[in-house]
Design a protein around this ligand. Structure first.
Ligand SMILES: NC(=O)C1=CN([C@@H]2O[C@H](COP(=O)(O)OP(=O)(O)OC[C@H]3O[C@@H](n4cnc5c(N)ncnc54)[C@H](OP(=O)(O)O)[C@@H]3O)[C@@H](O)[C@H]2O)C=CC1
Ligand SMILES: O=C(O)[C@@H]1CCC=N1
Length: 328
């Protein structure tokens, strides 16, 4: 059977090995060279870029934790940020974030979005989709983001919408990461606007590659990406929990059942990603004629599990496409 062509993102993780990305729209390939592009931009306060996270909730924390781990692993890359400013809207969140990020390189602000954007080079927008317009159209934000890079992870908020709210000189990019970025096992898909400078594209690719796998796709795929890999960890965990319930039903202690289910799924997923094998090949390899696996597989098919899961992605994609339209 043919091997599947995957990105090599996960192999980048040890200590920030950066590879060069092919950024043509729709391309996803990375090659094996170290990143050679020298920074032709001068960043605000130091040689290395300052990163802002506007709206630092679940995802902002997941991304920044992964980035901090990369830095703590000794990342010296010129294009990798080494100073961070994050924002939230409530004082209690500020107190929580201040505890979470007790480090000299990270400042936490309540509000202050425009000031934070002003003193940063790269701005990650991590608020809820319906709050994106309110933040990007704050008085002074258009000025603050001139010539800078804005990377939005907001589901369903399009490049065109953001360009409409911002100055034409702003380099607008969408990213769809997922929560495993927190442990640097994430998947991020990037989609830059056509005018985004190569240096910013490289910078974003570098940054997200250290948080797991990263690839570049055309914006038309972003809603499906949101459903499959943005929401995927939630869907995967429901399946995992149901497997564990089955183990508990048959007498396994809960903690053992969860470990076995998680490692079975982790092992299967890694076989797909690391060998390029098709999932069907792995399934067939497990399935002994007249054995227990085929008995279980037929039960799954009786429950229409394939169409149920595929329709899950279809439905989540449809909803993702509407999220940017509902602005508060
Ligand atoms: N959760 C996920 O797995 C994924 C989410 N996404 C996208 O990421 C985005 C964030 O999701 P998630 O992290 O789950 O959401 P959260 O609700 O956890 O985080 C949103 C954050 O925005 C802050 N915020 C709200 N208004 C303002 C404001 N005016 N100024 C500054 N900060 C503000 C909130 O602050 P406060 O806490 O003080 O209210 C909160 O910290 C969404 O757009 C979603 O589509 C993408 C991929 C995966
Ligand atoms: O549920 C949501 O809308 C977001 C987008 C991807 C994951 N969470």
């Amino acid at each position: 059977m043919n091997r599947l062509p995957f990105t090599q993102g996960s192999k980048l993780q040890p200590h920030c090995r950066i590879r060069k990305c092919n950024f043509f729209h729709g391309a996803s390939s990375v090659n094996d060279t170290f990143f050679p592009l020298h920074c032709k931009m001068s960043f605000s306060s130091s040689k290395r870029p300052v990163l802002a996270v506007l709206g630092c909730g679940t995802m902002g924390v997941a991304i920044l934790k992964g980035i901090h781990d990369t830095l703590d692993g000794g990342c010296q890359e010129e294009l990798f940020p080494n100073k961070f400013l994050v924002t939230c809207s409530r004082q209690e969140s500020k107190a929580r974030l201040t505890k979470t990020f007790e480090r000299n390189d990270t400042e936490v602000h309540c509000g202050d979005n425009v000031h934070v954007a002003e003193v940063s080079d790269i701005v990650l927008l991590c608020c809820k989709p319906q709050g994106s317009k309110a933040i990007l159209t704050l008085p002074g934000m258009k000025e603050a983001l001139k010539n800078k890079c804005l990377i939005s992870i907001c589901a369903g908020v399009t490049i065109l919408q953001m360009q409409d709210w911002l100055d034409p000189s702003t380099h607008v990019m969408r990213a769809m990461p997922n929560t495993p970025c927190k442990i640097r096992q994430g998947m991020t898909v990037l989609s830059p606007a056509s005018n985004v400078d190569q240096v910013y594209q490289q910078l974003a690719f570098n940054m997200f590659s250290t948080l797991g796998r990263c690839r570049v796709l055309e914006e038309k795929h972003m809603d499906a990406v949101t459903a499959l890999s943005g929401s995927g960890p939630a869907f995967g965990c429901v399946i995992l929990e149901a497997f564990a319930d089955g183990g508990v039903m048959m007498g396994l202690p809960r903690d053992v059942a969860i470990e076995l289910a998680a490692q079975a799924m982790n092992g299967a997923a890694r076989m797909v990603l690391e060998t390029g094998a098709h999932p069907a090949e792995i399934k067939d390899g497990v399935t002994t004629p007249a054995g227990s696996t085929i008995a279980g597989l037929l039960t799954m098919e009786d429950g229409k599990i394939r169409s149920t899961l595929a329709r899950t992605i279809q439905e989540a994609t449809n909803v993702a496409s509407t999220l940017g339209r509902k602005q508060s």
